[in-house]
Design a protein around this ligand. Structure first.
Ligand code: GUN
Length: 280
């Protein structure tokens, strides 16, 4: 293996420690403890794992959290009523609705019912719009975490070719905007891209968020490239990324592992956004 590992677990731990100290100081000076409401609908096992990890991380840094576990059968208007109640709850500074939601609920309508000032996921159109024009308020957690990983690793982005694989509202689109804001030249690929490996091979920085296990192999990597693997796929009871670690780490200069790369950063950024929401 030639690539250096970008240790997201260690970087996230450092950030969580800073957040913990800042919250202790806030509380010691009589300010309100930051509060997060986490809403989960139905029984998606992956969502359950993520929500548990988010609540545990909150407790560790001193963020107050409330969980609302709602049945699969809840109606869209019942869910929106709960969010409206949380919008007015003074103990709650951040509201997170774990996605995906069941098919009978319009995800976009639910996101738009969250007060943008409590939208710690950064998914509300107002926050996405602010990100797009370069005045971000809440940056979506996974893209924010990726940018911190690149910055802490000392990767220069100016003028570099960044290729993003995946165009979701949660990762692909926002991370593309953030890379552009750092003066990278950005290409976005997706399932309809013709000869995707050829495009990927042009990348100085490659972000892979397509949700297909081991999709990118070493043959699609420019020697020395920085590879950020956003995928979390369960294969034979093991977690694997969208990047085939074995072959890609032979060619890349830097690589994030799965687990222990981007995942821990997503949670650290959620804590950071919740602290920010409480401070404003
Ligand atoms: N589902 C997958 N990733 C996320 C995320 O970052 N936030 C929420 N709310 N749901 C998700």
């Amino acid at each position: 293996m030639s690539a250096q590992i970008i240790d997201g677990k260690a970087i996230a731990k450092e950030i969580r420690q800073q957040i913990k100290e800042e919250i202790a100081q806030l509380v010691a000076t009589g300010k309100t403890q930051p509060g997060l409401a986490v809403v989960i609908v139905g029984n998606n096992p992956a969502s359950r794992v993520y929500v548990n990890a988010k609540k545990k991380a909150c407790a560790e840094v001193g963020i107050y959290s409330e969980e609302y576990a709602l049945p699969e059968t809840i109606t869209e208007s019942e869910l929106i009523s709960l969010i409206q109640k949380l919008n007015h709850d003074r103990k709650i500074h951040g509201i997170l609705v774990q996605l995906p939601l069941p098919d009978h609920i319009d995800e976009q309508k639910v996101i738009e019912s969250i007060n943008p000032q409590k939208d710690v996921d950064g998914f509300h159109p107002m926050n996405i719009g602010n990100l797009l024009i370069g005045t971000p308020t809440f940056i979506p957690c996974t893209p924010a975490g990726i940018m911190v990983l690149l910055q802490k690793t000392g990767i220069e982005l100016k003028g570099k070719h960044a290729v993003v694989i995946g165009r979701s509202n949660i990762v692909g689109k926002p991370v593309s905007i953030l890379l552009l804001a750092q003066h990278a030249t950005v290409t976005i690929c997706h399932s309809r891209t013709i000869d995707l490996p050829a495009v990927a091979r042009e990348a100085d920085v490659l972000v892979v968020a397509i949700g297909k296990p081991n999709f990118i192999t070493g043959a699609a990597i420019k020697p020395g490239a920085v590879v950020i693997d956003v995928g979390v796929n369960r294969v034979d009871d093991k977690l694997v990324g969208d990047v085939e670690f074995e072959s890609v780490s032979q060619v890349a200069g830097y690589i994030t592992p799965v687990p222990g790369g981007v995942g821990p950063m997503t949670i650290a950024m959620l804590l950071q956004n919740t602290l920010q929401a409480a401070k404003q």
